[in-house]
Design a protein around this ligand. Structure first.
Ligand code: 4NP
Length: 164
């Protein structure tokens, strides 16, 4: 018999939510990178992002994140931060988190145990990667934002291969 857990994993992915803490650094970058990879792969998957905290709700991405992405040819300046909500678990097929704490916090927002299984690490598309976490660049330097870009780009390519 196919249970709801199996159904969740068989479903075609139509939309994805990228989640970090503040929704001004990693997840806006992840959103932009994933959308760009999806377009390049001619896939039809919608992407949005949110933060487990709402401190920066309504704000544009951090200027350092905008600049790093611009250097890679992707404009994320029009994004606006928002907080992850229980309703996101109904709306989105997959919720991709940047680090272990985001993973735990996002799971705790899920309305039930089945929907909680939609939460996965963004880097889990790279099972052999040396890290499963995208480090928080907020208190870091330019190279920390570049590291976010590199990790997210590799993982985004791998997600698109999985969804093809
Ligand atoms: P993000 O980075 O989770 O990648 O958006 C952070 C943004 C803001 C804060 C921490 C991390 N903050 O403490 O305000």
């Amino acid at each position: 018999m196919i249970d709801s857990y199996a159904l969740l994993h068989m479903a075609k992915i139509k939309n994805v939510l990228v989640v970090c803490l503040g929704n001004i650094c990693r997840s806006p970058m992840g959103e932009g990178i994933l959308r760009d990879a999806i377009e390049s792969a001619y896939l039809h998957v919608e992407v949005d992002s949110a933060g487990t905290q709402g401190y920066h709700a309504g704000e544009a991405p951090d200027p350092r994140a905008i600049r790093c992405m611009k250097e890679h040819g992707i404009d994320i300046s029009q994004q606006s931060a928002r907080k992850l909500m229980a309703a996101d678990f109904e709306q989105f097929d997959l919720i991709l988190t940047m680090d272990q704490q985001n993973f735990i916090n996002a799971q705790n927002v899920a309305p039930n145990a089945i929907l909680r299984q939609k939460v996965k690490p963004f880097l889990s598309s790279l099972p052999n990667a040396e890290t499963q976490e995208v480090p928080d660049p907020y208190y870091g330097s330019r190279s920390d934002f570049e590291k976010v870009y590199e990790l997210c780009s590799q993982a985004a390519q791998a997600w698109c291969k999985e969804w093809k």
